[in-house]
Write a protein that binds this ligand. Structure first.
Ligand code: AMP
Ligand code: ZN
Length: 468
């Protein structure tokens, strides 16, 4: 299996640090809002990497954090007049729901920054003791220049960085020894959440949390560190500096970064306001369509979001599901009999296509070609399967299609179709709940229907529904 390593800028053979095991860390979201589909890209692609590694027989320890202390969370809490914790807890819950709806497996561990402050204080103390960090009036900075390899991931040169950075010095930062030094700990401002430390009552910088959580849950040297390409610099560069100076070891063997999800060829982001939340997309489509859309491109390429591509993804997913649906009907009526010579030959072709799938995935997770291999399998099934086949043949074909789809996290079974009258009944229940101001129940009913592929639309003429 080859994967592209941002550190070396080439595809490398994957050799785990410890045989049979994969230790993988993926930087997670800052939780102050519903996640948008740009944030969903790393979740889906690295969940797929994990699933493929598991398919290859590796035991994967997958860690992904939630950044639950941050300026944006605090600002939102002030805006709503609630605690920062209430904001982060709310959006962690919502994020986990979105992940489940996209069929993203929960991580082995989802650490929270606020639960790991002791570890951060310990690592910062260690860095100070080793001369890699210093305290100025309660703020602790990392002494970037002391780490000679700084810039090795982003392939930036320290002197270029320095001249570019000089003009960026903001007030209050002139206390740094060097413009390149970054914050490990900062004192609280009035009304902000804080923790007691040897330097000040305050909170950690963003970068230190990942170094600490990766070490605690995976160890000092991990196999794969991943995230969106915007994290290469400075976030991952800083994580490397902190971890390698503290532990005296290489931090991660392979660095994987996904390309941006764009809209009109611009990065989708909260700050530009050009985003769709996963929730919004989920109101229009089964989120499996979103997953299929993400996997239709290579994870390192930019991907432009458009209604046309979503429609194409919907059709693509449907093609696979229809294939499996047909097989299910044939399996129901087929006879238990010996697999014929002709069927055996078809199964050999199916096996060859499964190998083609693996070859695509072995080549730096080429999911587009992997999906193409599934399409070929579906075609083989559509052109050869019928009610006269042996049950075993049909079952084996179906197993191949569902197994490969599952590696990509794609669910091939069609949701059981609901009867119109059952849908109407649930809509009535929802209306009754709304009348009684039980909005939680009303939302639950809406979600339950959505999971069954029924989309509700509240219009002036009343509630309308359609099948996704
Ligand atoms: P954030 O909450 O902004 O720190 O982002 C969480 C994760 O989503 C990081 O791995 C980001 O790199 C990634 N991300 C944010 N926006 C996009 C985008 N438009 N396309 C792809 N990945 C993104
Ligand atoms: Zn991180």
């Amino acid at each position: 299996m080859k994967l592209y390593n941002t550190m070396t800028k080439r595809k490398e053979e994957f050799v785990p640090v410890e045989p049979g095991k994969v230790k993988m860390y993926v930087c997670g979201p800052t939780v102050y809002n519903l996640i948008h589909i740009g944030n969903a890209r790393p979740m889906i692609v690295f969940d797929t990497v994990r699933r493929y590694m598991e398919h290859k027989g590796y035991e994967v320890n997958y860690v992904s954090n939630f950044t639950d202390v941050d300026d944006k969370i605090i600002a939102k809490a002030v805006e709503e007049g609630v605690s920062a914790q209430e904001i982060s807890q709310r959006y962690i819950k919502e994020c986990k729901k979105d992940m489940a709806d996209m069929n993203v497996k929960p991580a082995t561990t989802h650490p929270l920054a606020t639960q790991e402050i002791d570890g951060m204080i310990e690592m910062i103390s260690d860095l100070i003791q080793k001369g890699y960090a210093y305290d100025v009036k309660g703020t602790v900075y990392f002494r970037t220049r002391k780490f000679e390899e700084y810039g090795k991931l982003s392939h930036k040169n320290l002197d270029d960085l320095r001249s570019g950075n000089r003009s960026l010095l903001v007030t209050g930062e002139d206390q740094k020894e060097d413009p390149l030094d970054f914050v490990l700990w900062k004192p609280k401002k009035e009304g902000e959440p804080y923790w007691t430390s040897p330097w000040s009552e305050g909170r950690p910088g963003w970068h230190i949390e990942c170094s600490v959580m990766a070490k605690k849950y995976l160890g000092e040297e991990i196999d794969i560190h991943a995230g969106g390409e915007d994290l290469i610099f400075p976030h991952h560069e800083n994580e490397i500096a902190q971890s390698e100076c503290c532990n005296g070891k290489r931090f991660a063997k392979y660095w994987l970064h996904n390309g941006f999800l764009n809209i009109d060829n611009k990065k989708m982001s909260k700050s530009l306001g050009n985003f769709f939340t996963v929730r919004e997309i989920g109101e229009k489509y089964d989120l499996q369509v979103l997953r299929f859309f993400m996997l239709s491109a290579h994870y390192r390429s930019p991907l432009n979001f458009s209604a046309e591509l979503m429609e194409a993804s919907k059709n693509g997913l449907e093609r696979i599901r229809n294939g499996v649906d047909n097989l299910n009907h044939f399996i129901d009526v087929a006879k238990e009999k010996e697999v014929t010579q002709e069927e055996k030959e078809h199964l050999e072709k199916a096996q060859a296509l499964a190998l083609k799938f693996d070859e695509a995935m072995d080549d730096d997770f080429n999911t587009a070609d992997a999906v193409a291999a599934i399409f070929e399998l579906v075609k083989l099934s559509n052109t050869t399967a019928n009610a006269e086949n042996s049950k075993a043949y049909l079952q084996q074909l179906k197993e191949k299609i569902t197994q490969l789809s599952d590696i990509l996290g794609l669910i091939t079974e069609k949701a059981e179709e609901m009867l119109d009258e059952d849908i109407e009944k649930m809509i009535e229940e929802r209306q009754a709940a709304r009348k009684a101001k039980d909005f939680k129940k009303a939302d639950e009913i809406r979600n339950e229907l959505l999971e069954k592929g029924i989309i509700l639309e509240d219009t002036r003429e009343g509630v309308k529904w359609k099948r996704a």
